[in-house]
Write a protein that binds this ligand. Structure first.
Ligand code: SP5
Ligand code: ZN
Length: 342
């Protein structure tokens, strides 16, 4: 399987994540992908390529222009305002406030364009986010040209980023960009299967009213975990997109038996719907030892999950998402890819 990877991910490494009232080293850190690279090589998955230059076309189609220009200049604007530290959102629009009036001041803009203050923006964040989506785009082109599958080793991840908000360690929604590109390259119906522990709120929101992209997510129940305010089972899509959104929220302690039942159901629904291409949001934070999650999957379970996904026999792009049990991230991620190929 071909892999796309860019060293530019290292440009995004904030010092701080707001966690439990303290600033800690972010869970989403550069070494995560080093573990994946090491494991890929151990397993002789060595077709590792730098991505082609980013194509802003599909990104501009899908995302809000104000959000993109905010991301592009946020660091310079923040520094120009005399801020000493990294960009952390402090004031966000909430109940009773205006949701659609954009402040002029950078501190206000940060709140407008952010949905989760754990995520900091630093000097290299924009460049790293572009390199991440470039990996996803190159993977999509490789599959659209006839390959069975490709793996985009994206960092930063993407599935929490909406058309106009960052958060959950995500800035540009890589999986959504891939789905859009599959549509442009001739797939009438594209499914996004999100197996990251967290609900893919960004991807869901971007495609919520679209009948041509189905979003399916297995995740921790929103009553119990981030992103808290979205990801319920009764979110089924809107308007023409009704029926093309499917959530499988599961409670703390969920193990592979229950999780695999949800996966099988998800796969059956994607197949019945008639998807012609598949994007997998590949987070491995459903793992039992993940420090911020509460499912109980074992490493071997990821192999089995990959096998089940592979049985769909769809052209597939895998986009790396979360996974924070750092030493196990490589094994778990590559297990999915190897199961898929079996
Ligand atoms: C891509 C992805 O997996 N994003 C996850 C974002 C999670 N955001 C909430 C993090 C909460 C961390 N709480 C730490 C508790 C430590 N016991
Ligand atoms: Zn996650």
């Amino acid at each position: 399987m071909r892999i796309y990877y860019s060293e530019d991910h290292r440009l995004h490494f904030p010092q701080a994540e707001l966690s439990g009232g303290q600033f800690v080293t972010p869970f989403e850190r550069p070494s995560r992908v080093e573990y994946v690279l090491t494991r890929l090589r151990e397993r002789s998955l060595t077709d590792i390529n730098a991505p082609a230059a980013v194509d802003m076309g599909p990104i501009r189609t899908l995302l809000d222009p104000g959000y993109l220009s905010f991301l592009e200049t946020a660091w310079d604007d923040w520094k120009a305002e005399g801020m000493a530290g990294e960009i952390i959102a402090a004031n966000v629009p909430a109940r009773g406030m205006h949701m659609d009036r954009i402040p002029q001041n950078i501190d206000g803009k940060v709140g407008y364009y952010c949905h989760a203050s754990e995520t900091a923006i630093t000097r290299g964040t924009w460049a790293a986010a572009l390199s991440s989506v470039a990996c996803a785009q190159s993977a999509q082109r490789h599959v659209a040209a006839g390959a069975d599958a490709a793996f985009a080793l994206c960092r930063p991840p993407g599935h929490h980023a909406t058309a106009d908000q960052y958060g959950g360690y995500c800035f540009i929604n890589n999986a959504a960009v891939v789905a859009e590109m599959f549509r442009n390259s001739g797939a009438a119906r594209v499914a996004v299967l999100d197996i990251d522990f967290h609900h893919g709120n960004g991807t869901q929101t971007i495609f919520y009213d679209r009948p041509d992209v189905m979003f399916v997510s297995l995740h921790g129940a929103p009553q119990e975990t981030y992103p808290y305010f979205i990801g319920y089972a009764d979110e089924k899509g809107a308007g023409a997109g009704e029926g093309a959104n499917l959530n499988y929220p599961m409670t703390a302690g969920t193990g592979y038996d229950l999780w695999a039942q949800a996966l099988d159901d998800a796969i059956a629904r994607i197949t019945a719907w008639g998807a012609q291409a598949l994007v997998v949001s590949l987070g491995v934070d459903a793992y039992k030892d993940d420090p911020i999650s509460f499912f109980k999957l074992e490493s071997d379970d990821f192999t089995d999950a990959g096998r089940r996904i592979g049985r769909m026999r769809l052209p597939t792009v895998f986009c790396m998402e979360g996974g924070y049990a750092i030493e196990a991230v490589g094994v778990n991620t590559v297990n999915v890819l190897e199961g898929f190929k079996d």
